[in-house]
Design a protein around this ligand. Structure first.
Ligand code: NDP
Length: 386
C-alpha cells in the first residue's frame, strides 16, 4: 500500500467555504486540438468546489483510503522541520501544485528512497529537480491542458488591465475619488498594438487566438513553428527567437516553461532592446525574468507595466520588490487555480493515480519524466541540465 503526501495551499482565512458564488461550472469534455479532459473512473467531489486547499484534499481521501493507501495532506513545506520533510522518508507519491510548490530538490529526493511518482496537480513541473528524478527513476507527471485556458484568460485580462490602466483607476474609485486625468494619463487602447508571445504552446496559442479579435498585430517565437494554416488564420509573424521578436512588440507575453534555456531570459540586456514603454506579462515562471532587472525597467520607464502571477520563491516574502515596484499588476499565483481549473486537475490527478496503481500506462501527454528520461510532454517541452 502506498503513502501519498499531498502539499496544498492553506484554506481561506475565514475557513473552508460552505457555499459558493455560483451553483455550477460549465462541463469541458475536451480541449482545443481534441485532447480529452481527464477521465478518471469516478470522482468523489462536487465540480466547482475548492479542491486545491488543504481541506479540499483534491477530493482524493475517500478514493485513496478505500484502496488501503495512506493520505497525508499539509501546507507545511519549508525547512527541515516542515511536515513535508518529516514525512518524505517513507513517502511513495508526492502531489504538489505550482501555486504552492513542494520544491523537490535533489537533496529532498535523496531523503525519499521510496519515492516513485511526483504528480503536479496543474502544469509546470520545474519545482521538481528533473535531473534528480531521472537519476532516481521517479516518474513525474502533470495534468497537461487542465488550466491552459484558465491561464490564457488571465493573460488577456492582465494585458488589458495594464494597457488600459485598470487597477490604478479602480483604486481611484475605492479611494472615493473621480480623478479622470490621473487615470487616463497612462491609459491606451490595445487596438493596433504589436503583441508577441514567447512560446506558442497550449497557453501561448490560446492567448493568440483570444487576442486576434482585438485587431492587434500578432507575433510569436517558439522552438517549433506552428502549422502554416494557423499562422495564416491568425495572421502571425514568426520570429526565430525571443531576441529578434521583442524589439517589434508593444506587449510581450511569456508562455514558455522554465528550463535552462529560458531561465533569466528577460535581463537588463534583453529588456534594453525592447521599445520604451513595452508591457511585459509573465504568467509562466518568475525566474524567466530577472527580478531586479524588472524593477529597474519599471522605475526607468523602459517597461510601462509588468504583470503576472508567478514569483520566486512561492509564497513570495512580504518584502519581495515586485509587491511594491511601480506600474505592476501582479496577483498571487492564481491564474491556473480557478475553481473551474481545480475540477480538472483534481480529476486528472485521480486519473494518474488510477493508472499508476493499476500498473497501466499514464497518458503520454501527462508524462514529464518516466523510465529514467524525459518522456511525453516533457520530452517535447523541457530540457535538462545535462
Ligand atoms: P506547452 O508545453 O503546451 O507549451 C510550452 C511551449 O514552450 C512549447 O511550445 C515549447 O516549444 C515552448 N518553448 C520551450 N522552450 C522554449 C524557448 N526556449 N523559446 C521559445 N519557446 C519555447 O505548455 P503550456 O502552454 O501549457 O504552459 C506553458 C508554461 O506556462 C508551463 O510550462 C508553466 O510554466 C506555465 N504555466 C503557468 C500556470 C499558472 O498558473 N501561472 C499554469 C500552467 C502553466 P516546443 O514544444 O515547440 O519545443
Amino acid at each position: 500500500m502506498a503513502k501519498v503526501l499531498c502539499v496544498l495551499y492553506d484554506d481561506p482565512k475565514d475557513g473552508y467555504p460552505t457555499s459558493y458564488a455560483r451553483d455550477d461550472i460549465p462541463i469541458i469534455a475536451s480541449y482545443p486540438g481534441g485532447q480529452t479532459a481527464p477521465t478518471p473512473k469516478a470522482i468523489d467531489f462536487t465540480p466547482g468546489a475548492l479542491l486545491g486547499s488543504v481541506s479540499g484534499e483534491l477530493g482524493l481521501r475517500a478514493y485513496l483510503e478505500s484502496q488501503g493507501h495512506t493520505l497525508v495532506v499539509t501546507s507545511d513545506k519549508e525547512g527541515e522541520n516542515s511536515v513535508l520533510d518529516q514525512e518524505l522518508p517513507d513517502t511513495d507519491i508526492v502531489i504538489s501544485q505550482p501555486f504552492w510548490p513542494a520544491y523537490l530538490t535533489a537533496e529532498r529526493i535523496a531523503k525519499a528512497p521510496n519515492l516513485k511518482l511526483a504528480i503536479t496537480a496543474g502544469i509546470g513541473s520545474d519545482h521538481v529537480d528533473l535531473d534528480a528524478a531521472i537519476a532516481n527513476q521517479i516518474t513525474v507527471a502533470e495534468v497537461t491542458y487542465c488550466n491552459s485556458i484558465s491561464v490564457a484568460e488571465h493573460v488577456v485580462m492582465m494585458i488589458l488591465g495594464l494597457v488600459r490602466n485598470y487597477l490604478p483607476s479602480h483604486q481611484v474609485v475605492l479611494d472615493g475619488g473621480w480623478d479622470i486625468a490621473d487615470c487616463v494619463s497612462r491609459s491606451y487602447d490595445l487596438e493596433g498594438m504589436h503583441v508577441g508571445t514567447v512560446a506558442a504552446g497550449r497557453i501561448g496559442t490560446a492567448v493568440l487566438r483570444r487576442l486576434a479579435p482585438f485587431d492587434v498585430n500578432l507575433h510569436y517565437t517558439d522552438r517549433h513553428r506552428l502549422p502554416e494554416s494557423i499562422e495564416r488564420e491568425l495572421n502571425l509573424t514568426f520570429h526565430p527567437d525571443t531576441a529578434s521578436m521583442v524589439p517589434h512588440c508593444d506587449v510581450v507575453t511569456v508562455n514558455a516553461p522554465l528550463h535552462p534555456e529560458t531561465e533569466g531570459l528577460f535581463d537588463d540586456k534583453l529588456i534594453s532592446t525592447m521599445k520604451r514603454g513595452t508591457y511585459l506579462i509573465n504568467t509562466a515562471r518568475a525566474k524567466i525574468a530577472d527580478r531586479d532587472s524588472i524593477v529597474r525597467a519599471l522605475e526607468s520607464g523602459q517597461l510601462a507595466g509588468y504583470a503576472g502571477d508567478v514569483w520566486y520563491p512561492q509564497p513570495a516574502p512580504a518584502d519581495h520588490p515586485w509587491r511594491t515596484m511601480p506600474h505592476h499588476g501582479m496577483t498571487p499565483h492564481i491564474s491556473g487555480s480557478s475553481l473551474s481549473a481545480q475540477t480538472r486537475y483534481a480529476a486528472g490527478t485521480r486519473e494518474i493515480l488510477e493508472s499508476f496503481f493499476a500498473g497501466t500506462p499514464i497518458r503520454d501527454e501527462y508524462l514529464i519524466v518516466d523510465g529514467g528520461r524525459l518522456a511525453g510532454t516533457g520530452a517535447h517541452s523541457y530540457s535538462t541540465r545535462s
